[in-house]
Design a protein around this ligand. Sequence first.
Ligand SMILES: [Cu+2]
Length: 364
Amino acid sequence: MIKTLFQKISAGALTMLVPGLVWAQDKAKWNLQEPHTSVAREMYDLHTIVLIICLIIFVGVFGAMFYSVIYHRKSVGHKAAHFHENTTVEILWTVIPFFILVGMAWPATKSVLAMRDASSPEMTIKITGYQWKWGYEYLKGEGDLSGVADGVQIFSVLATPHDQIYGNAPKGEHYLLEVDNPLVVPVGKKVRLLITAGDVLHAWYVPAFGVKQDAVPGFIRDTWFKVDTPGTYRGQCAELCGKEHGFMPIVVEAMSVKDFADWAAKHKTAAAPAAGTATVAAAGGGDGKGTYEKVCSVCHGTGVVGAPKFGDKTAWAPRMATGADALHNSALKGKNAMPPKGGMTTLPDGDVVAAVDYMMKAAR
Ligand SMILES: [Cu+2]
């Protein structure tokens, strides 16, 4: 009776194994993200192959173990065999794992080497991690990308509304995985990334590209990708970098070379008048509402206890009594729980001052 049961179980397990793997392959939900670069594809295949090897070993070892436990048990009259130092067995259990390990290490080493080879790029982008946003700077294009986006600079900040974060609104489809300005890249071009950080450790991680690189202040690490299909790819900072580590996602928009050139041209013309605004900002006429919405509202909007809320006259009155200068100063230099410039050390002073004025006006 036990024998037929065991046969049924093992036959069932084996017939389920193969379709199970095929099924898992189809369900992106249970698997790695669909790969969209050669490196990511190699990683994906390696992962699948190693998983299959693990499964075969698992079934073999546990099959032999349960077979012995069931059919060679004491109660059916089996006696334990007493033997040791069996040379054949010892050689076998050394040589077989050795070949399994070499079989896995060989393709893995090839992939690691491919991953590190950032030579002869067609475009170079410098990525800087900040608390808590990403800065992208297009340094140099080669060939038909020569000069196309050189000098374009963008900052990429979380775009999920605060209401969704604090549970006052239903969460959107790309909750915490959406930004105001995505990184835009051309498909089919080798893009080299120079990755660094402006304050603490961050890591630039886009699973579909097979790219995960630490951003280290004072050091530049390089990596690369070549996207095969146009589309939107999402990732996250993958190195704990402070209280808003979970709020600095990465979005990459991959498009044809032509669309990319159009985007870059538009961005260059849009950036030109923005330079003029920056001078105004430095002179004190900065973007108060925008800065409030992007930076200050994280604590002064909703959520953080103790921070005077936007428009809350009672909370602001005693603070405003100390005078505008004192408030400007504490916003610039930090006070109590508030970090200098709300943690955004790269903000122009003018924007911070304007944001304080904007909040004071609302509380009058
Ligand atoms: Cu980070």
